[in-house]
Design a binder for this molecule. Structure first.
Ligand code: 0X9
Ligand code: ZN
Length: 393
């Protein structure tokens, strides 16, 4: 039986209507589903720890480690030439202002003022909340240029490091560095008299200038090898800590101690000889230093020597400071007695005696070390410092 045309049309319209309703409902459902999915994704993003950082961090999946930020450290001409005092300290200061440093650092522009009015600077490296402190000094003797140069090189290497074990070490132990103890003498040696050793004190009698800062500290002051003559290379000065440069070190140590810092190690970098010298540098061990420290010092000097050999291939000889020669008023003996551990060293950097005159005799004097040796000597310095820090950390 055939349906009348009007019924057929009515059926068609109903069918069309249903189709539209079905299509609209499907679109609505899809829309709801999409919005629900988007909201849940956004919520999970907010809960994820990766989202705590910046957008780039948030983009990494939990399995991917974000790239460590590389410190922006500029080595400048550190390994090309010996820098004047102001340039050398500028390198320390500008590095500390650099971006992305992984170790906390602070530049203290003035812990004292030299005889000629130059600032004596210090640098704090590492976790300020850690109270174990290792003191490092460079450039006590003017003509020993490699000391402040290699110390700067070691610092730049440390500042640019992303090695996790090194960074962990600086969380436990702080370094307090005086990069150039004797800026006047150093610049005088650089500009006028290459073999100058002392500071630039204008001694009252006669024309002879300068005090040997490594005879001016308050331990066994004047006991031996510390002249009373201003013309001597080892003139001790008018009294212990008579010089602003040695006084600055004493005041720095005392002020850090009063803030609760414990001095657990010391290295004073000199040249030359390739030696790791340990105290007592004069006489016997004082009763304030524990007996076990004697063996500890010997062992640690040996360990430092082996570590240097590993990193740079250079041979340093561990030796008792007084076996080399006893002196009174040295920085190493002073820190030996005033530090908590007695772990105090003088390291005589390159060259070692037998290499003073190399094959072509380019250097006939050990104090004159070509700049080409600065970078490698920086490795010696860095190895020595890190070995001591690891030992006390
Ligand atoms: O004589 C010094 O001050 C040091 N040698 S240097 O050639 N750099 O001048 C050595 C000091 C060793 N320390 C003690 N003997 N206490
Ligand atoms: Zn020296």
């Amino acid at each position: 039986m055939e349906l009348p045309q009007d019924k057929i049309d009515a059926n068609k319209t109903r069918h069309e209507k249903r189709k539209w309703i079905f299509a609209s409902l499907t679109i609505l459902l899809c829309g709801i589903l999409f919005v629900a999915l988007w909201v849940s994704m956004d919520a999970s993003k907010q809960l994820s720890p990766a989202a705590e950082g910046n957008d780039a961090d948030a983009a990494t999946t939990p399995d991917e480690k974000p790239e460590p930020k590389v410190p922006e450290v500029n080595f400048g001409e550190t390994f090309q030439r010996y820098l004047p005092a102001s340039e050398l300290l500028q390198m320390w200061e500008s590095t500390i202002d650099a971006k992305n440093l992984a170790i906390e650092m602070e530049y203290v522009s003035k812990i004292g003022r030299s005889i000629e009015g130059r600032d004596i600077a210090a640098v704090r490296l590492g976790n300020p909340a850690a109270n174990k402190t290792v003191l490092i000094t460079g450039g006590v003797h003017a003509r020993e240029w490699i000391s402040p140069a290699a110390l700067l090189g070691a610092f730049l290497k440390i500042a640019s490091s992303t090695d996790p074990s090194l960074l962990r070490l600086f969380q436990k132990v702080r370094l307090l560095v005086v990069p150039l103890v004797n800026p006047d003498g150093y610049d005088f040696s650089l500009q006028t008299n290459r073999m100058w050793r002392k500071n630039r004190r204008n001694n009252e009698k006669g024309n002879c200038k300068g005090v040997d800062l490594n005879r001016n500290f308050g331990a066994h002051y004047g006991a031996v090898d510390a002249s009373t003559s201003p013309c001597s290379e080892t003139f001790r000065g008018s009294g212990a800590f008579s010089e602003p440069e040695s006084l600055a070190i004493r005041d720095l140590v005392n002020s850090e101690k009063s803030k609760g810092m414990d001095f657990v190690g010391f290295i004073d970098f000199h040249s030359y000889g390739g030696l790791i010298l340990y105290p007592p540098g004069w006489g016997k061990r004082p009763p304030t230093v524990p007996e076990k420290t004697e063996q500890e010092l010997k062992d640690l000097a040996g360990l430092i020597s082996r570590r240097i050999k590993q990193v740079s291939g250079y041979d340093y000889k561990p030796e008792s400071a007084q076996q080399l020669y006893p002196v009174g008023g040295s920085a190493d003996d002073w820190m030996y007695t005033v530090s908590l551990t007695g772990l105090s060293f003088t390291i005589e950097l390159r060259p070692s005696d037998q290499n003073v005159c190399d094959k072509r005799c380019i250097t006939n004097n050990g104090f004159v070390l070509p700049p080409s040796e600065i970078e490698s000597t920086s490795k010696d310095v860095m190895a020595a410092i890190l070995t001591l820090m690891e030992h006390v950390g």
